[in-house]
Design a protein around this ligand. Structure first.
Ligand SMILES: Nc1ncnc2c1ncn2[C@@H]1O[C@H](COP(=O)(O)OP(=O)(O)O)[C@@H](O)[C@H]1O
Ligand SMILES: [Mg+2]
Length: 250
């Protein structure tokens, strides 16, 4: 199957005063349809920078990025904004909801530039909120919702345009462990229904939900376990080290 994501030799250099920081240093990565990938690594290893590039929130200094077979690194900013809007769903640790808007309005926002009419946008936003179990809270504002509920709104917003990839940077970082489990259960459910997911975490318990685990260090990918290529190479359907079923559930 063709890759959803293909990164070739991606480098991202930040300049701060006289200092140059190679936040990403020659990253090669291929992610296929319906993969669930966890990105791990110590603080400063380049995880968020990688997500920023994958989400087309910023451009690499060098290298190429194909998303759904389209070369994003050659696109102008209008085309790139469109890709970001239609093909990518982003979930952040800090939710990033608009406080004055209801859950429903927050989820409708990514559709504002779509050609569909008002009624259709509303219908899709409601359906996305129902998918994440927040149907009964649609008219609430963020400060009237719990942390877990806010993150569900953010996930609904990320999904409403039916993106090719769902990117999540430490999505459970601000949640207690019971609520984190609920959110991870929701990601599992989305993956089962076909969503391609890339999630950043520094917790092994979180990474265990993914089928493939990438470890970063100093802007480079140091290991990549459980990829589809591995499965093909070793002749079994699921990865070894981080297989979801390898740890018995309590
Ligand atoms: N906007 C930025 N400007 C300058 N340096 C940055 C910026 N973003 C990240 N960095 C640096 O790039 C490196 C990788 O950062 P980051 O991708 O945030 O790591 P992680 O998410 O793994 O903690 C770090 O050294 C960080 O200080
Ligand atoms: Mg980070």
């Amino acid at each position: 199957m063709p890759a959803v994501i293909q990164l070739d030799n991606i480098t991202k250099v930040y300049k701060v005063g006289d200092e140059t920081i190679r936040a990403l240093d020659g990253v090669n990565l291929e992610v296929g349809p319906n993969e669930y990938v966890a990105v791990m690594g110590t603080s400063g290893s380049g995880k968020s920078t990688l997500m920023t590039i994958l989400g087309c929130l910023d451009r690499p200094t060098a290298g190429t990025y194909l998303l759904d077979g389209k070369l994003t690194t050659r696109m102008g900013s209008a085309a790139l904004a469109r890709v970001r809007n239609e093909r990518i769903g982003f979930v952040f640790q800090s939710f990033e909801l608009l406080p004055r808007f209801t859950a429903l309005k927050n989820v409708e926002l990514p559709l504002i530039y779509s050609r569909s009419g008002w009624w259709n946008r509303r219908k899709r936003a409601k359906a996305a909120l129902e998918t994440v179990g927040l149907g009964p809270r649609m008219r609430h504002r963020p400060n009237q919702l719990s942390g877990g509920q806010r993150q569900r709104v953010a996930i609904a917003r990320a999904l409403v345009a039916r993106p090719a990839i769902l990117l999540a940077d430490e999505p459970t970082g601000n949640l207690d462990s019971a609520t984190s489990d609920e959110i991870l259960g929701l990601f599992d459910q989305l993956h089962t229904s076909g969503q391609t997911i890339i999630l950043v975490t520094h917790e092994a318990d979180v990474a265990r939900h993914a089928r493939r685990v990438i470890r970063m260090k100093d802007g480079k990918i140091r290991s990549d376990l459980g990829s589809q290529e591995d499965a093909a190479r070793y002749g079994h359907g699921t990865p070894t080290t981080f297989a979801q079923d390898s740890t018995p559930k309590a």
